[in-house]
Design a protein around this ligand. Structure first.
Ligand code: APR
Length: 231
């Protein structure tokens, strides 16, 4: 029998219990930093040193944290389901936990790329990307991140994947940022949708959605147990 396919859309909340700050919660990153000064093409044009420093700090932190119960529960789900994770996160905690299929919508912290040719992408050794480090064409390397105001190249592939879901899980995202927040609309009719988030995310318009008002660690572990029992 073919396995059912589960599409999981994750956001910053899935990594919160690992110690990575979310963006829009109280105390979140966008309270401490002005997004337009660090996460836009204009910011990069204006002050490369500040943008590099912002992402260097994020990357440095990533080397100090570990995947949590939620990341591991999603790996366990692969025992009985065909699981595909679509994450808005730039951390690598799903991969480090062992998830097989992970698509990053907003880029990856541990990768850098040419600022003149977006196809020249490299793994960065260590946490620090310095001014003066260049691609093979001689241009400054930039973080491999989709900034506000930039296109999201993976979206067509993500939308195609969402259209094949038997079950759709949404974990730890405020669903404030499009096009990622619109992906659930591509699910087929009759696809069951679950949302795990401790806050009141504005998504109750989805018919039949099951809302689990819990943190990712407990909410995901419990739901995964239930789904494995039902498989
Ligand atoms: N478990 C689950 N969810 C949590 C937890 C937790 N322990 N702690 C917080 N959350 C939830 C919050 O309630 C909120 O709904 O995580 C969500 C985080 O929302 P945002 O900070 O807006 O993060 P996200 O939705 O991932 O942001 C989307 O915006 O800034 C950009 O590119 C960045 O990918 C990011 C995008």
């Amino acid at each position: 029998m073919t396995q059912k396919r589960i599409i999981v859309l994750t956001g910053a909340g899935v990594s919160a219990e690992s110690g990575i700050s979310t963006f829009r919660d109280s105390g979140g990153l966008w309270e401490k930093f002005d997004v337009s000064e660090v996460a836009t093409p204009q910011a990069w044009a204006k002050n490369q040193a500040l943008v590099l420093e912002f992402y260097n700090q994020r990357r440095k932190q990533l080397y100090e944290v570990e995947p949590n119960k939620a990341h591991y529960a999603l790996v366990a789900l692969e025992e009985k389901y065909d699981v595909h994770i679509i994450t808005q996160n730039i951390d690598d905690l799903h991969e480090r936990a062992g998830s097989k299929n992970v698509m990053h919508l907003h880029g990856e912290l541990k990768k850098v790329r040419s600022s003149v040719d977006e196809n020249l992408v490299y793994d960065l050794d260590g946490w620090e990307l310095k001014k003066g480090e260049t691609c093979e064409k001689g241009s400054q390397l930039r973080p491999h991140i989709v900034w506000f105001g930039e296109a999201v190249p993976m979206i067509p592939f993500a939308a195609e994947l969402c259209a094949t879901a038997d079950i759709f899980l949404i974990i730890g995202t405020s669903l404030n940022v499009y096009p990622a927040a619109g992906l659930v609309a591509y699910r087929p009719p009759r696809c069951m949708v679950y949302l795990i988030d401790p806050a009141d995310v504005a998504i109750s318009h989805i018919p039949g959605i099951k809302i689990i008002r819990q943190k990712a660690g407990k909410g995901t572990s419990d739901l995964v147990k239930e789904l494995l029992n039902n498989a």
